[in-house]
Design a protein. Structure first.
Length: 72
């Protein structure tokens, strides 16, 4: 089974700073940091809001379950 990409890998691949991604996705910068560090679970809705922006930028179609992130 292939390794799932981390949120940080996807954000960096998309060429976005945390602040840019936070503004574009309407998810706080601290929540994006939690997604990247995997220190506490985050909601699927928030993850999908962030992925919507990343997917637009990369031309991909990642869903929350396909990314290495701790989900509630």
């Amino acid at each position: 089974m292939p390794q799932r990409p981390t949120m940080r890998e996807l954000r960096e691949r998309a060429g976005l700073q945390k602040r840019e991604l936070a503004l574009a996705s309407d998810v706080s910068e601290s929540t994006i940091g939690r997604m990247e560090r995997k220190v506490s679970p985050v909601g699927v809705v928030q993850v999908n809001k962030v992925l919507r922006v990343i997917n637009e930028r990369l031309g991909t179609d990642y869903e929350a379950r396909q990314v290495d992130v701790l989900l509630l």
